[in-house]
Write a protein that binds this ligand. Structure first.
Ligand code: ZN
Ligand code: ZN
Length: 358
């Protein structure tokens, strides 16, 4: 008789059940991990409520969701065993984007765009369970001094590292981060650690701006709530005033909001780099002030997933360049995953990142 484990199996929108299922058996190229912490991501919430935006099979049941997780190695397949890569008891975190390392796209150094990729918790079973399998190439050791809970935030941080790298922050830059949720709260710290002189953050919720203030951002702006102490009726003018009319050197948009991207274009100046990171709706279109962008020699970029940024993300946590503890606000037992998903969606208790502990 094979061993059993508890798992939250997602079937269809708003239907998920805690079940006893077989512990998966690792193949030759896999590692079996005992899950220690698995973050609830915005995409888990979208899948749970049947709001996955792109036309794909991703996030469709029956499936164990959860792609932001750390754990302990309990079994090692023949190949990683032979290579001496991992041992039972290793503390690890898993890159859920399991690319093939063999297709033309991977070989050209674009693994985030691999056409053969599987994504744990999205297209194959993920971390909302006691155990999970990973291809050995997606397994990263957790540096000493970093806890399992902290490591569970590596996935969003690695995505943030990739996006922020495209801002090409130079010493002393004035940078603006749009969206102060989980990703924005990680990005604002990376921007500062990258050498920005001043960092402004923009959101529509004061509790997020409060956290951003505690994370040592220089300026906070609420562009929606007139009663907010952070309110500005004219963000462009506010940024112009702070920069003597030069505007920002770089901006990143950590929200799918189209007005936020349009504001990012408006508040940036000469040679500015603007990175669009958040996921907009399928049919969303950004209006671009084309001539002004050309005359100021701007660079507009997009950012998707986290190719080759995992070691950097783990080092950023280990070296204290990013405080992930302030971003991690709530915990739930595995049995209360559905409650956790609903709470995070409703921003109950001013939630940012919630971590499930199987
Ligand atoms: Zn995620
Ligand atoms: Zn590939």
């Amino acid at each position: 008789m094979s061993a059993m484990m508890a798992a939250q199996v997602f079937y269809e929108p708003e239907k998920m059940e805690m079940k006893s299922v077989n512990v998966p058996v690792p193949g030759v190229d896999e590692v079996l991990v005992r899950v220690k912490g698995c973050g609830i991501c915005g995409s888990d919430i979208a899948y749970y409520y049947g709001q996955s935006s792109l036309e794909t099979k991703d996030g469709k049941g029956p499936l164990i969701l959860g792609h932001e997780f750390s754990g302990e190695v309990v079994e090692v397949g023949a190949i990683p065993e032979k290579l001496g890569l991992f041992q039972k008891g290793d503390r690890v975190v898993l890159d859920p984007v399991q690319y093939c390392n063999a297709c033309e796209i991977c070989k050209r150094g674009m693994p985030n765009l691999c056409e053969n990729k599987a994504v744990l918790g999205v297209s194959t079973n993920g971390g909302f369970a006691e155990y999970c399998l990973s291809n050995y190439t997606g397994v990263h050791k957790i540096p000493d001094g970093v806890t399992y809970e902290q490591a569970a935030l590596t996935e969003p941080l690695a995505c943030a590292v990739y996006g922020v790298s495209k801002m090409e922050i130079k010493l002393g830059d004035f940078a603006v981060v749009f969206g102060a949720g989980v990703i924005g709260a990680l990005m604002m710290q990376l921007v500062k650690s990258s050498g920005a002189g001043k960092v402004a953050i923009v959101d529509t919720l004061d509790y997020r701006l409060d956290i951003g203030k505690k994370l040592n951002t220089d300026y906070q702006f609420n562009v929606a709530e007139k009663d907010s102490p952070y309110y500005t009726p004219d963000l462009k003018k506010s940024i112009a005033d702070l920069t003597n009319g030069k505007y920002a050197d770089a901006a990143i948009v950590a929200t799918g909001s189209i007005p936020a991207m349009e504001q990012a274009l408006a508040v940036t100046g000469r040679r500015a780099r603007i990175v669009y990171f958040g996921l907009p709706a399928d049919d969303a279109v950004v209006k671009l002030p084309a001539l002004q962008s050309i005359l100021w020699d701007k660079t507009i970029r997009f950012s998707w997933l986290a190719p080759l940024t995992w070691p950097t993300a783990l080092q950023a946590i280990a070296n204290g360049l990013v405080n992930v503890d302030m971003v991690h606000t709530h915990d739930y037992p595995l049995s209360e995953l559905a409650i956790g998903i609903a709470d995070v969606r409703a921003r109950k208790g001013n939630a940012l990142k919630a971590v499930v502990k199987p």
